[in-house]
Design a protein around this ligand. Structure first.
Ligand code: ADP
Length: 653
């Protein structure tokens, strides 16, 4: 079943070729037990590594059931190691942090997620370790550790058991035990190949093959080589169960908690600063837009007056008030939906008593910005008026609010104008009087002033003056681009223009600048974090070189090993994302409190939330962490996957 045909293996060392095996012809039939004997350096281990699919010959062929191992792809070789041969090493090669049971389970973990615990227990029972399942290697004797290794080698029920100096590290009693165990397994039908330098292990009945200086010098029961098998055994491509690498990655991270945490915190600083920056920018924009929306639509342009040609603020020129033809001109400009002038005239109102008031025009539709109707309805006819709530008492005394609609008031002009009788249509309350006064030229609505609102035509007819003049005009454009074009045209004509969109644009630019600068710092932190993850993973590869060798010997493919490292880094990145988000959140709360205090001390009103974290930011932060981790781990993971099994197993780590 196992044949070596003219096999040689040599190593290049410092330009010199060292021959470890030369022209070996040897056959190991099914269900046989063979002992390969030879002094140290005779090539025994080299021979075993070739049989175990851990190494490839320089020339010649190793045939397993008629198939040349050299023709196997790396994946098929991994499958061969996992399912067809079990190997036991002199140094046991158990993972020190795992219990006996877990070491055996590890071999099974790549294939079967369920039932592996039971199978591992049965295997350990079989080698007589039933009571020591939960001991770690350090708590077991050499003989016991080797029995765990034998149990692990049997995990996938291979047909061949290879043992490389299995008793080399053991005392006489354990030596005998292990040899007995191997003989017992041979009796159960396994093909067993043992290599050793110890003549004492050989009994009369054993088949003994002797090596010396890489050459076959004796064979107690020579076997003729088979004719090439016309129907060689097929070796499948090995599949590793989905999630195995994540499972391994998770276990590895739990093993080095503080390192994982420190690396994650380092990366979290980068992610956190970017999150904070974006949250701050988003908050800034949102607050600004909210404020602007309270002051009227973004497509509204306010015109305050027209500067005479050649005038500038340097010669203290005052803008000329607007007249009806200006308003007419505005209405006819392209992209304009509506335009009207604003009138705000001091008058006397006569009801029970005569009180001073300010009469204003309503917008063409709706109510003045920031005000709402507490009673009644929008004015419909030209003589309807809305009354500000603070005027109710002085104008109508104790009259119940519900009775006010339909009452009349007489406006007595301050100049020589005729009195005008108006009917109360409703009462309005300013929702936010502060915002009203922030717009230049807006009607004065301080708490004490009684404000009256009449439809635009009425206001123009009676209180705009003769000829009518306006303190300012409100133009509503059709859309954003029309607003911008309008602002430009009017400014060129010398009109003093005030556009919320211009301000919004300015704020946007400002936010983008702040975000870019702060984001750049976060970006640098992230690059550093990526490099840090790469370093930590490289360190992990070095530290776990022997473990990688063991996993490969157990049948893990290169890509399985690579995935373990990539997944480990991705998990660190995910953790970093979570820590970064939490950190950014706490920092935002803290900054919010500090800024609120500072703003309020300076007499302002702080926005409710300076930082806004949209859901996509949370998702991106987590994804970003994983990407940084994955990218950072790529080189180390690739290195780990390329390690040669034999070299890796020799590693001291
Ligand atoms: P044994 O197991 O009988 O002690 P080995 O098979 O380990 O012998 O080694 C046979 C010869 O090949 C020795 O001279 C050894 O130095 C050499 N050798 C084995 N592995 C390597 C290697 N990876 N690189 C260089 N030389 C090696």
């Amino acid at each position: 079943m196992f044949e070596l045909r003219d096999v040689s293996r040599s190593y290049q060392i410092g330009g010199q070729e060292i021959s470890a095996l030369s022209h070996i012809n040897l056959a190991f039939p099914d269900h046989s037990l063979s002992i390969v004997l030879g002094p140290s350096g005779s090539g025994k281990s080299t021979l075993l590594n070739l049989l175990g699919g851990l190494d490839r010959p320089t020339s010649g062929a190793v045939l397993f059931n008629g198939r040349d191992l050299d023709q196997f792809t790396n994946d098929q070789l991994a499958s061969f190691r996992r399912h067809y041969v079990g190997t036991v090493f002199q140094a046991y090669h158990l993972l020190p942090h795992l219990t006996a049971l877990e070491n055996v389970e590890l071999a099974l973990s790549m294939d079967s997620p369920s039932g592996r615990r039971l199978r591992a227990e049965q295997l350990l029972e079989q080698v007589g370790l039933g009571p020591r399942l939960h001991n770690r290697p350090a708590e077991l004797s050499g003989g016991e550790q080797q029995r765990v290794a034998v149990a692990r080698a049997l995990a996938h029920n291979p047909s061949v058991l290879l043992a490389d100096e299995p008793t080399g590290n053991l005392d006489a009693k354990s030596r005998r035990d292990i040899m007995d165990l191997l003989h017992r397994l041979h009796d159960q039908g396994y093909t067993v190949i043992i290599i050793t330098h110890n003549e004492e292990l050989v009994t009369e009945e054993d088949r003994v093959v002797r090596l010396h200086d890489g050459m076959l010098v004796a064979d107690s029961a020579p076997q003729a080589l088979d004719e090439p098998n016309p129907d060689p055994v097929a070796v499948d491509r090995v599949k590793t169960r989905l999630g195995w690498s994540w499972w391994m990655a998770w276990r590895n991270l739990r093993r080095s908690k503080s390192r994982t945490l420190l690396t994650a915190i380092g990366t979290a600083i980068g992610i956190g600063s970017i999150v904070l920056t974006v949250a701050f920018g988003t908050g800034l924009q949102k607050n600004a837009n909210q404020n602007l929306a309270q002051n009227g639509g973004l497509n509204t342009v306010e015109v305050i007056g027209q500067m005479p040609p050649g005038a500038s603020s340097a010669n203290f020129a005052e803008p000329k008030p607007l007249n009806l033809s200006d308003i007419d001109y505005f209405q006819k400009l392209p992209g304009v939906a509506s335009a009207y002038g604003m009138i705000s005239a001091p008058v006397m109102v006569k009801t029970l008593a005569t009180e001073p008031a300010v009469i204003n025009n309503l917008p063409l539709t709706g109510l003045p910005t920031g005000q709402k109707l507490v009673l009644g309805r929008q004015p419909e006819s030209g003589n309807d008026v809305l009354l500000s709530q603070n005027g109710v008492k002085s104008l109508f005394g104790t009259e119940p609010l519900a009775n006010l609609v339909g009452k009349t008031l007489t406006i007595v002009g301050t100049s020589n104008a005729r009195p005008v009788v108006l009917t109360v249509a409703g009462v309005v309350s300013p929702t936010n009087s502060r915002d009203q006064s922030t717009s230049p030229g807006a009607a004065v609505t301080s708490g004490a002033t009684i404000n009256l609102y009449v439809p635009y035509p009425t206001a123009v007819a009676h209180w705009a003056g003769h000829p009518p003049a306006f303190s300012h005009a409100i133009i509503t454009a059709n859309n954003a681009s029309a607003t911008i074009a309008l602002t430009k045209t009017l400014s060129q004509k010398g009109f003093v223009v005030f556009s919320l969109r211009e301000i919004a644009k300015g704020i946007d630019t400002f936010v983008i600048i702040i975000q870019s600068v702060l984001g750049a710092f976060g970006g640098i932190a992230l690059v550093v974090a990526g490099i840090m993850i790469a370093l930590v993973m490289m360190w992990a590869v070095l530290e776990r070189t022997r473990e990688i060798g063991i996993l490969k010997a157990l049948g893990a493919r290169a890509q399985d090993i690579r995935r373990v490292f990539v997944d480990e880094a991705a998990l660190i990145g995910l953790l970093a994302g979570i820590i970064g988000l939490a950190g950014a959140y706490l920092t935002a709360i803290l900054l919010q409190a500090v800024l609120k205090m500072l703003i309020e001390r300076a007499g302002g009103t702080a926005p409710v939330s300076l930082f806004v974290v949209p859901w996509w930011l949370v998702v991106s932060a987590l994804a970003f962490g994983m990407v940084v981790g994955t990218v950072g781990s790529w080189i180390p993971a690739f290195r780990a996957s390329r390690l040669s099994v034999v070299q890796a197993l020799r590693h001291d780590g």
